[in-house]
Design a protein around this ligand. Sequence first.
Ligand SMILES: NC(=O)c1ccc[n+]([C@@H]2O[C@H](COP(=O)([O-])OP(=O)(O)OC[C@H]3O[C@@H](n4cnc5c(N)ncnc54)[C@H](O)[C@@H]3O)[C@@H](O)[C@H]2O)c1
Length: 327
Amino acid sequence: MSVSLRALVTGGGGFIGSHLCRRLLADGCTVTCIDNFASGLRRNIAGLLDDPSFRLIEQDVSAEPLPDDLQADRYYHLASPASPNPHTPRSYMALPLETALVNSVGLRNVLELARRRGGRVLFASTSEVYGDPHEHPQREEYWGNVSSTGPRSCYDEAKRFGEALCMIFVRSYDVDVRLIRIFNTYGPNMDPEDGRMLPNFITQALSNQALTIYGDGQFTRSLCYVQDLVEGVLAVMESSRSDAAGRVYNLGNPEEHTILEYAKLVLELIPANRSRITHMPPVPDDPSRRRPDITRAKSELGWEPRVALRKGIETTINYFREVTAVS
Ligand SMILES: NC(=O)c1ccc[n+]([C@@H]2O[C@H](COP(=O)([O-])OP(=O)(O)OC[C@H]3O[C@@H](n4cnc5c(N)ncnc54)[C@H](O)[C@@H]3O)[C@@H](O)[C@H]2O)c1
């Protein structure tokens, strides 16, 4: 990436956004982060606040149009609650209207700024646009199996609408918008309390509680380490392909394991714990299988995940040990 690009990252205080901000700063970009901390944690970016190339604007990106002085060369729209767990206060099920708005009105505010002032946009969509898929693994061409009225619709339908909105700006206004569908990602800066599978398992194991599996544990998930994901985000944003605007890329790790296997690995990597595994009723609408087909990103962008699962989970456990020790 060329030095001194101006980047604007909505949701830069979140799990993925905070890693992206760090990576962009390391590349020599000036970074403006817009975040209202609806689901992100201030500590994720506390270490960046003294960097003269970094600016934090605490604002709801859905609230009003973005002023022209926020113009940038690259806009990354990551703002959105992302955890599905209905029992946690920062999940999209706990913030359904905010979630629907940030992926529509908030996204529009970013797209309009790029339309007026120029610059390239990347929208963080999700594997949840595939719903409970009939096709496995999921390719970008698959249209999905989503319920427009189900409990997850505030998120998955909002992301689908967001993708459609991006295509309007590509086709009607010639804005260069890049689209990624992120599959389950993990690593440091995840909120230990956000209710997703791996944070749950790690926090439970670190406190010697039983690891909770919703259902029988035979559903599968594919987990991508956050550092790999961020490299994929940059590869899509900086692609020089002539058809890059409006082209969708799956970003995730195709290595698939059952939820039970993840629970067992966490127990193995925290050897002193006395935790067991306990089963709870399945979560409604929970997809049974999820695995990305990343052939497109691999062949067109040369991107693929590199961090081994065991190594990534070890690093995440160390991070969780640190933050749960200080909180
Ligand atoms: N983590 C994953 O596995 C995953 C998977 C698929 C897609 N995604 C997408 O990637 C993006 C980042 O996810 P994450 O895991 O880092 O989630 P996160 O909740 O940690 O980060 C999202 C950030 O957006 C901020 N935000 C939410 N609404 C906002 C608003 N209206 N205005 C300003 N800021 C707002 C939150 O405070 C938070 O800091 C999201 O768009 C999510 O849908 C993530």
